[in-house]
Design a protein around this ligand. Sequence first.
Ligand code: PMV
Length: 324
Amino acid sequence: MSKWVRAHTNIALIKYWGKEDEEFIIPKNNSLSLTLDAFYTDTRVTFDSSLKEDQLILDGEEQDASALKKVSTILDIVRNKAELTDYALVESINYVPTAAGLASSASGLAALAGAANEASELNLSAQELSRLARRGSGSASRSIYGGFVEWEKGINDETSFAHPIDNANWDIGMLFIIVKQAKKEVSSRDGMQRTVTTSPFYAGWLSTLDQDLTDMKLSIAEQNIDKVGAIAERNALKMHATTLGAQPPFTYWTADSMIAMDAVRKLRKENYSVYFTMDAGPNVKVICKQSEMDKIKKALLAYFDEEQIISAKPGPGIQVLENR
Ligand code: PMV
């Protein structure tokens, strides 16, 4: 039956950066993320025999073929499994503060996997949903679960999926610093492919990941925000370093990203437990204690406007919305 499904976005503390298999989206390394409450997507899928092709309505607007591509990949897998032939109407609403530039493929494709599961009545397990979401966008595999989540790289479609490792029910949160976009960004897909194939630093990145992952899991178990933050920060810096060695070289950082990173370092000198991470774009995410978030947000107002800073707490896994 057609039902609305909600999935929240996640931010990686140990990044996924590079694919072993492009078609099945099998990553080069395990990654680990925190699901957050502030940004989410609601999606409903309706299979309809009168449709001539899949249709995606995002925030009330019909999307073109390029936006439909990842969506149809997931729908095709579901149609195949459920032996359905109808095209589908996909209605999706992104709950992301306006102009945040945070259109999230993680929450979007996880919600789609969940909604396609409801509409097809396939009754997929969470693990199967994670594998399905992964086919649309790697990071979406992690948004099936709440709290801290690890995506096991696996070796093929059956073995590459995420699992929850800690409900994050402790003093940790994240502030998003939304910086102004100066130039068009390189998509995560193109960016990681270019670094894997051309950057001499990519091998260095891969060689330290096991250690980062082991350290991160221990630090989460200890609920040690300073260790979690420091490992996430060093991991993100290494990921971003690989892009500078790519051919042609590129970076996701803008001058404002640097100002944000610097502000975080300054606050750390003032004894706040505060660290940063960044993804395939210029925005900076600040890892800190939930209990210090208000004070840190205030301090960041010296550099950024109020509407550029958004607070987030750990968020839940995927939910079917019975009464929407
Ligand atoms: O899932 P994708 O294809 O949007 O790739 C995500 C890549 C990073 O955000 C940079 C890292 C991550 O693990 O989320």
